[in-house]
Design a protein around this ligand. Structure first.
Ligand SMILES: Nc1ncnc2c1ncn2[C@@H]1O[C@H](COP(=O)(O)OP(=O)(O)OP(=O)(O)O)[C@@H](O)[C@H]1O
Ligand SMILES: [Mg+2]
Length: 354
């Protein structure tokens, strides 16, 4: 891995105005857009802050993840790096250039892929025609017999669908077709927004191995935006940037982030019922530094209790039973990356809404 900075993001902020659009009015042109903007702000007055003062650096050859809950700003940040959205404030440099004003200097280096691109496939084309179209866009001879294209078709298990129109494919297979672009690219900076969304476990695993190989063997710099902690654990990236409500709340390698947690142990309790008061009471017990919770299914919750002492195990067990919680499983482990992530982002208190 070289240590040349490829991406510098300095004090980047971005807000969106949320409101109903007044629709198109070609008669008033640009003026209509400005009037519409003013009315939207005055009427609904909602300015949504997507990113606030983000600073980060990525070096050449690094494999990085941007991780955060829904709406935390991951896609916005990735699009800003790709030069697709302009920040309101701050500086972005990609290979030393501004990705918007000096776009031509970086365009042949950046590859951007979002799983939502499966909706922009031409549904009337066959899989074969779509792949040939991608090859043409890459300036290759549009031959499906291209050796790399053949490998990619095998990798994605698309052989038997080559003559099938895309509109007849399942959404996962449409996703596979759109992923051929990623497999065919030879660009050095790969920006991926939820690339494994909708894929089955087999292809999910295959894609993870492909990305690791692309990073190691071709020295590609890869940034993956995702809200799936397990994807990050499997990718074992050099750096993770954790976003929460538009702010960068932590960054570093997974092992570094785990080391930030001073607690040596996590007591995990799977329960059938839980409420916020009990969580609060567990948190106030001596020797416990924090408690987070994850909903596993409608009637299964995992409570994670952070502590430095093994001895507290029995006391916690008695306390939880006395509170009437039905324990299904209970064990003590060292903190995992997921525990750290849940602790940093505040856990999942969804069940409290019902
Ligand atoms: N074009 C837009 N117009 C208005 N608001 C937007 C726009 N794009 C993003 N936002 C808002 O900015 C915030 C961050 O959105 P963003 O898509 O970056 O989140 P995300 O972390 O990628 O979420 P997800 O995990 O759901 O993909 C959200 O509150 C979203 O509603
Ligand atoms: Mg997103």
């Amino acid at each position: 891995m070289d240590l040349n900075p490829v991406i510098n993001v300095e004090n980047v902020s971005k807000s969106f105005i949320v409101g109903r659009s007044l629709g198109r009015n070609t008669f008033l042109g640009e003026a209509h857009w400005i009037i519409s903007l003013i009315i939207r702000v005055l009427k609904e007055g909602r300015i949504l802050r997507a990113l606030k003062d983000i600073n980060l650096n990525v070096n050449g050859g690094e494999l990085c993840c941007i991780l955060g809950p829904n709406g935390s700003g991951k896609s916005t940040l990735l699009k800003i790096i790709a030069g697709m959205i302009e920040p309101d404030k701050g500086n972005v440099r990609v290979y030393g250039f501004n990705p918007i004003t000096e776009r031509s200097k970086v365009l042949d280096k950046i590859f951007f892929y979002s799983s939502s691109q499966r909706y922009s496939l031409d549904y009337s084309l066959t899989v074969r025609d779509q792949i040939e179209f991608y090859l043409k866009m890459l300036g290759r001879s549009a031959s499906i017999l291209d050796e790399k294209a053949q490998l990619c078709i095998k990798f994605l298990d698309l052989e038997r669908y080559l003559k099938t129109p895309i509109r007849f494919l399942s959404s996962g297979y449409r996703q596979r077709v759109s992923l051929t672009r990623l497999l065919l690219t030879e660009k050095e900076l790969i920006l991926l927004d939820e690339p494994t969304l909708g894929l089955d476990p087999t292809l999910n695993r295959r894609l993870i191995l492909f990305l690791k190989k692309l990073n190691k063997e071709k020295n590609a710099t890869i940034i993956i935006a995702t809200n799936r902690v397990h994807l990050v654990e499997e990718l074992e990236p050099d750096k993770v940037f954790i976003l929460s409500k538009g702010e960068l709340i932590a960054e570093g390698s997974p092992s570094y982030l785990i080391s930030l947690i001073r607690d040596k142990y996590v007591i995990k309790i799977e329960v059938a019922n839980v409420n916020k008061n009990v969580i609060r009471e567990i948190k106030s017990l001596d020797g416990i530094s924090d408690v987070s919770i994850k909903m596993i299914s409608n009637n299964r919750f995992e409570i994670a209790i952070f502590t430095n002492t093994r001895e507290i195990f029995k006391e916690v067990y008695d306390f939880v039973v006395a509170k009437g919680l039905h324990i299904q499983d209970m064990y003590l482990i060292e903190p995992s990356f997921e525990d750290v992530y849940l602790k940093l982002t505040g856990g999942d208190f969804y069940f409290e809404q019902f």
